[in-house]
Ligand binder design. Structure first.
Ligand code: NAG
Ligand code: NAG
Length: 205
């Protein structure tokens, strides 16, 4: 089987890139985490994909931040997958933007879930009106918020499973497997981690 699949489709002026990777990481929930460095910066728009199987109801799956106190995370909280984008403005009081999206359905432990999470993605309604959305697609079911978070500044590193410091006590390090991580709008395939802490490779099936 080929480990990588890259297919470029041009539809009019829009370019959609389908990418895939078999990279798979086992995290022990205690001190397992990794990051990917990249020279490709994140802007207002991003569309990530990954798969995970968790042994616990709480855990940090993805984390990234930017220089202007922006940050973005995908995590499990009491069994619910949550996407958080924090995007404050320079002007302080009462003008913080971002999204907080929690899937209403709980995940199944030890089950491999298929996830997409994204910010500021353009879409058209049936009436042809253009909107933007941010959200999570969990096993094909979408949970979204309509709106646009302007001036998002998220940069690599992209962390999986945790970070060096614990972000909060409620969201501990992830225990389970995370695999097939990609960012579609920039066509980035994350295969070889830049840094790994206590990570095992998945067993080949
Ligand atoms: C990855 O990027 C971060 C932030 O720019 C940097 O501190 C770190 O040294 C880089 N790691 C490697 C292994 O290049
Ligand atoms: C992070 O939390 C874990 C337990 O969840 C703990 O063992 C570890 O020492 C903490 N690390 C830091 C840097 O506080």
């Amino acid at each position: 089987m080929s480990a990588k699949l890259l297919l470029l489709l041009c539809i009019g002026a829009r370019v959609t890139i389908f990418v895939a990777t078999e990279a798979c990481f086992v995290m022990n929930g205690e001190d397992s985490w990794l990051y990917f460095n990249s020279t490709v910066k994140g802007g207002d728009v991003a569309h990530y994909k990954l798969k995970f199987a968790s042994k616990k109801d709480n855990g940090l799956i993805f984390y990234a931040q930017g220089e202007n106190r922006d940050f973005e995370a995908l995590f499990l909280n009491r069994g619910k997958l949550t996407y958080f984008l924090f995007n404050p403005t320079d002007y302080g009081t009462g003008s913080t933007y971002g999204v907080y999206i929690e899937c209403t359905k709980k995940i199944s432990k030890n089950y491999e879930h298929d996830v997409e999470f994204y910010r500021n993605e353009e879409f058209k309604t049936d009436e042809g009106i253009t909107y933007y959305k941010s959200g999570i697609k969990l096993d094909g079911v979408e949970f979204k918020k309509i709106g646009y978070s302007q001036g998002v500044d998220i940069e690599p590193q992209f962390f999986l499973g945790g970070t060096k410091e614990n972000i909060t006590t409620e969201v501990p390090k992830f225990k389970g497997i995370i695999k097939n991580f990609i960012e579609e709008t920039t066509g980035q395939i994350f295969e070889k981690a830049t840094f790994e802490q206590d990570i095992q490779a998945c067993e080949k099936s």
